[in-house]
Design a protein around this ligand. Structure first.
Ligand code: SAM
Length: 315
């Protein structure tokens, strides 16, 4: 679907469940904030909605996230169901705590790539930032993906005073393991919305630290990519400059919550439920109208954030 600003909205990001086994300090105030939606969709219902969005709204790529998608009981049938409907671009965003033992089955089901959230390579700092979870489990998940040939990127949210000293160390790790690291500028979402003490590390600060250690050259990224991409000797890295240079003007995403609500924009997150269309005899037109309305909430250029928690909208 092409929106009023000429963006081709063809990517769907699904929060399969709001439940998570980590409680990152910038995402929630405590682990108990991650509550399963009482009306969370089952796998068949979720697949029916994805099929409708593919057939009637032009969705071509799907990313499964959450919450923690590896806690969704029917993740494998969801992946294989999406593949069977002819969508080949299927990605997963995960904290990797449960990945090592599930990666092979995920690939066999049709998973094509994984974005691993990894904010620190120091076990103590990892625990401080994530509250729950163990560094070695996420690292084992990455190693298993590499072993079976699954494409992996690492996402590191950079926070002032918490992990900025690890920017270079993370890139060295990425280069050593052949994994592209992407640095995410902190976003004013959920508990950080309107927070006075917003511990932003800007893309310029990130680049400054890396340039002091590596020769850095910008390279082109996909036109609808959210990240700026750079070459360094031995590899590549990316920066997702949510604040310094938001990617709103090329944002091609639509989000679907675990209970069947569309969210068109993180900065204007008015949810529109499409779940009732599961029982509709001819859902094409009402679905297209709801998608158009949801997409019309997209900002033209500026990311402002919102009170919405990322695990609900699918980070
Ligand atoms: N549990 C999975 C994981 O940890 O990757 C998927 C859900 S998590 C909400 C998805 C991504 O959102 C993670 O990479 C996380 O770091 C990012 N995220 C959450 N809150 C954020 C914030 N305030 N600013 C920037 N990124 C954020």
């Amino acid at each position: 679907m092409i929106d009023l600003h000429g963006r081709n909205i063809n990517k769907l990001r699904i929060s399969l469940t709001e439940v998570c086994n980590m409680a990152c300090t910038y995402c929630v105030t405590s682990l108990s904030d991650h509550k399963r939606a009482p009306d969370e969709l089952g796998a068949d219902e979720m697949l029916s909605l994805v099929r409708m969005l593919k057939e009637h709204a032009g969705i071509e790529k799907v990313r499964l996230t959450g919450g923690e998608p590896l806690l969704y009981p029917n993740l494998i049938p969801v992946i294989s169901g999406i593949r069977e409907m002819g969508i080949s671009s299927i990605g997963l965003t995960t904290n990797g705590q449960l990945l090592a033992r599930k990666a092979k089955a995920l690939v066999e089901a049709g998973l094509k790539n994984v974005n691993l959230s990894l904010d620190s390579l120091d076990p103590g700092n990892f625990k401080r930032m994530g509250r729950v979870g163990k560094l070695h489990k996420t690292l084992e998940g990455i190693e298993e993906c590499l072993k079976i040939g699954l494409r992996v990127k690492v996402n590191m949210v950079v926070i002032k005073g918490e992990n900025e000293e690890e920017i270079v160390k993370m890139l060295e790790y990425g280069v050593r393991r052949g994994v592209e690291v992407r640095y995410l500028e902190l976003m004013a979402m959920g508990p950080l919305y309107h927070k006075d003490d917003f511990k932003l590390v800007t893309m310029h600060e990130i680049l400054e630290r890396i340039s002091a250690r590596f020769t850095v050259q910008p390279v082109s990224a996909d036109t609808d990519s959210t990240s700026l991409r750079y070459w360094v000797p031995g590899g590549y890295f990316g920066i997702i400059p949510n604040n310094s240079a938001p990617f709103c003007s090329t944002c091609s995403r639509l989000r679907l919550t675990s209970n069947g609500q569309l969210i068109g924009c993180l900065s204007n997150p008015t949810p529109l439920s499409i779940r009732h269309l599961l029982d509709h005899p001819d859902p094409a037109e009402p679905l297209q109208n709801l998608v158009k309305k949801s997409v019309s909430y997209k900002q033209d250029a500026t990311f402002t954030g919102s009170a919405l928690v990322m695990s609900r909208v699918g980070g």
